[in-house]
Ligand binder design. Structure first.
Ligand code: SF4
Ligand code: SF4
Length: 179
């Protein structure tokens, strides 16, 4: 099996440096508004800050894969004396919670690393994070050619399973007409 190189984009999150300013949510939601930069509703953001000011907890979380069902786990984590729910660190859009769902359509959101048109050289949330809680790097890794994930097919299949073909088709048609 032949090996291919692929570029891997990584955003490092330094939780200790996050001050909860939510600038990352503002710029992400504006970049993904239709038309672009016409609004800045944080509910449209692919990064959300899970926060509890009284406990000095600010956790940036990126929207990851859509999950059809909620998980059964409700573990607690205690880190440096602060207690966190398991959901705090989870990237999934799932039925258990309100975040990472597009507010108009209810469709799940996923971070696209700002590759949407026009693609950004560096993710906007990183550029707008003035406290350096978010930093960006690229690296190369070798993978077996056949192991490359068919991400778009998997995501589309999940969406159609949940919302039905008609709703997904009409959402895509609506989005393509707005631009
Ligand atoms: S911009 Fe940076 S400091 Fe502000 S909330 Fe987002 S991650 Fe935290
Ligand atoms: S990388 Fe881009 S799409 Fe992903 S959360 Fe940051 S601003 Fe949003």
């Amino acid at each position: 099996m032949s090996k291919v190189k692929r570029k891997v984009k990584v955003i490092k999150i330094d939780v200790d440096k996050c001050n909860g300013c939510r600038a990352c949510e503002v710029v992400c939601s504006a970049f993904h508004a239709t038309p672009k930069y016409s609004s800045n509703n944080p509910e449209r953001s692919r990064i959300r800050i899970v926060h509890d000011a009284l406990k000095d907890i600010y956790i940036p979380v990126y929207a990851g894969e859509y999950a059809k069902a909620e998980c059964a786990g409700r573990d607690k984590y205690v880190i440096d004396g602060k207690e966190y729910d398991e959901c705090t660190f989870c990237r999934a859009s799932c039925p258990s919670r309100a975040i990472f769902k597009e507010p108009d359509s209810g469709l799940p959101l996923k971070c696209d690393m700002c590759e949407d048109d026009p693609p950004q050289e560096e993710p906007l949330c990183v550029q707008w994070c003035l406290s350096d809680a978010l930093t960006y790097e690229e690296k190369e890794e070798e993978i077996e050619e056949e192991e490359q994930p068919k991400e778009m097919e998997v995501s589309l299949g999940s969406l159609i399973d949940k919302f039905g073909l008609d709703k997904v088709t009409s959402a895509v048609t609506r989005m393509s007409q707005k631009d």
